[in-house]
Design a protein around this ligand. Sequence first.
Ligand code: TRP
Length: 496
Amino acid sequence: MKKRENWSWRGAFVFAVLGSAVGLGNAWRFPYMVAQNGGGAFLIPYIFALLTAGIPLMMLEFGIGHKFLGAPPIAYRRANKKLEMVGWWGNAASFVIITYYGVVLAWAINYLVHALTLAWGDDTTGFFLNFLRVSEGPHILGGLNVPVLIAFVIGWIMVIAIIRSGVTGLGKVVVFTAIAPVILLIILSIRGITLEGALAGLDYYLSPNFAALADLTVWRDAYSQVFFSLSLGMGVLIAYASYLPRDAELSNNVFIASLADAGIAFLAGLAIFSTVGYMAAQQGAAVADVAGSGGIGLAFMVFPQVINLLPGAAAFGVIFFLLLITLAIDSQFSLVEGCVGAVMDKWNLSRGTALAIVSLPGFLIGLVFVTNGGLHWLDIVDKFVNGYGLIVVGLVECIAIGWIIGPQKIRDHVNGLSEIKVGKWFDFCVKYLTPAALIFILVFNLIIDIKEPYGGYPQWALNVGWAMVILLPIVAFIFSKLKTAKEADEFVEEQS
Ligand code: TRP
């Protein structure tokens, strides 16, 4: 067997996991999820989801990747031949995210250029809608949006360049891309909190709304946000853990990574909602209305506002969007890397070939989201892949590990290496608690969607979302049946 590439230094792994976890999910998706769910109503289910699904699943993925030493499909295959498909399923879901994540990245690249002249002016909301030239509905695609297209191409070139350099290269980029954004978010939060009206915004964000706990959508969104934000169910963590040295600590990395990720999302929320409070005060509108009207573009409407109000606004804006871009890029390359690793391991292909196999279709499909109707499709695809696709993968992972492979095998492996020992709670979570929570969420989800079409979109458009969710396991199944390179099966369990 080829020697497996390794992380270049110890800390690189935590940073890489953080780099993959901390991304647009924290700065862009988390705030708009909070806003869509009525502010403070969201935090409690979010924390609940983090504890019941986020942490156990992260531990599980680290454990599998490290024990069985492979990208997801191969790691699962080594655990049990019949389970290879589980790995591909996650890869298929991450491939869907790759297609639209690059587009949000492209928005950020455009905003970097706009920051030079503070082109967004005072009406940052109007600017965003105008910038995307959003069509009336998903039935009108219109043409490609040229500035976004250019940025989309640039983004892909950067991602490909980074991945070509291999895992050792990743270790270096991630340190910077994981730390710097946090500092900027702190500055933005401080400026935001000192604005007039900020308190109303913070109140909206932080005061728990217990009545809202009865609303099923809030729970659904909390779980899907945890999956998205911690990069769960997509195999990245499995792939990353497989590059760890044989004696690496696993369990403390899980806690560091999951709590830091939640903390950074929370910080982004502080910056956003204090500024939303300010915007509401300026417009004489209610905080909930300003927050709720932003939708998927909320972050792009609100961050520019607070940037306007900083000394040296243009310079600050440039730095901020540069960092948002780095934040997004390391997530995007780890998504791509997860798929590249799977393809490489399965067929024993070179990195370059595998990269081409993944990125070319990823790029082409992504073009849909670059059209004027793209925002609607992004909304639909994002909701379906996270609300169903990933949650099903998480459930399947629990069943595979909890009931077929055996959670104590993973736990023993982790405990053999780590200072912080994982207790029996882990087995309980993987076998019962997490799957039960995920099944509830899926059922809730179905009920909500049957009652009321998501986002007021026409049924045919939502059916595209359904088709995609159903296609994921089918593609995964086909891939798992394709012939595997014999190298992938020559695995001797060398540790413990
Ligand atoms: N967690 C990333 C974010 O918060 C997005 C993401 C989801 C991701 N799945 C991933 C990143 C897989 C890397 C790998 O933005």
